[in-house]
Design a protein around this ligand. Sequence first.
Ligand SMILES: Cc1cc2nc3c(=O)[nH]c(=O)nc-3n(C[C@H](O)[C@H](O)[C@H](O)COP(=O)(O)OP(=O)(O)OC[C@H]3O[C@@H](n4cnc5c(N)ncnc54)[C@H](O)[C@@H]3O)c2cc1C
Length: 302
Amino acid sequence: MSYDCAIVGGGPAGLNAALVLGRARLNVALFDNSQPRNRVTHASHGFITRDGIEPAEFRRIAYEEVLSYPSVRHWQDEVTDIRRTDNGFSLRTSSGEYVNARRLILAAGLKEVLPEIEGLSDFYGKSLFNCPFCDGWELREQPLVVVSDNPSVFHMVKMLLNWSQDLVVCSNGHDILTAEQRQQLASKGIRIVDTPVTAFSGKNGLLERVHFSDGTHIERSGGFITPTLLPKARFDEALNYQTAENGGIITDPMGRTTAAGVYAAGDSAYVMPSQLIYAAASGSKAAVSVVADLTEENWQLL
Ligand SMILES: Cc1cc2nc3c(=O)[nH]c(=O)nc-3n(C[C@H](O)[C@H](O)[C@H](O)COP(=O)(O)OP(=O)(O)OC[C@H]3O[C@@H](n4cnc5c(N)ncnc54)[C@H](O)[C@@H]3O)c2cc1C
């Protein structure tokens, strides 16, 4: 059997795509290996009707809704290889199964590379986060640290003032701020520490101190850190779709990539801001494109 559409990745992007396709009565093969980007956190924010929901509960509800449509089939498995065929695509899973589909939606998300700082994994997702829109409210009016090796930190710090006025910026030894930016931050009372960060400490995921390589420390109860974002799965060599310099899949506004029959959604297409609701919306758009394109193809065959 050939499915109408295969979806690689069952996060909000892939799940919303599956929902739209299932409701359009297309046969869908949905693959997911359960490594969503936000799995380290206990609560997701900013998705209307689901503000504050546990990520696992969000997924439970989403899978329940999607799999109530009889034409959607779910594989709890990793897609390891995708090849183009005469009629579409052949996907191979880690358990050695092959599945064919006429169209393909890539929604595999991103993986984060965090700086190697002792204790970071104890606090990331609990009191250290990457996105103020997702978790700024929970840290409002607290003494915060911003650790970044990315020049975008200046913009982020300005934004963070909406949530807290008590900010310390740690460049972690990187040259990320211009003299003009340093002067502007100083004029707003924002301290910059350039000494590398060696450790975070605190209790039960709640940050208390940031430690530096010169033996000093500062007291902070939370903050933000900028991870490097990389594609979680890459099929560009086999499928020949174009990617941006950062590895994000380039699409048109409706999720079509530069390769015929291949669509992309969510974090893997670097849909920004990187949030659940944008990922879900882009999954919906990619699915509408698949339905529209298959409708045209089927019409010619009638
Ligand atoms: C700490 C943290 C907190 C966050 N908090 C929020 C928040 O409060 N609100 C908010 O809106 N956003 C939040 N985000 C961002 C949010 O997690 C992402 O924007 C969102 O998950 C993107 O959805 P996606 O479907 O593109 O990718 P994901 O949710 O990452 O889903 C991709 C899925 O594809 C699967 N997959 C990958 N490769 C394969 C493969 N080869 N085969 C099969 N399956 C595969 C993965 O296992 C995963 O389940 C947070 C992120 C982090 C890191």
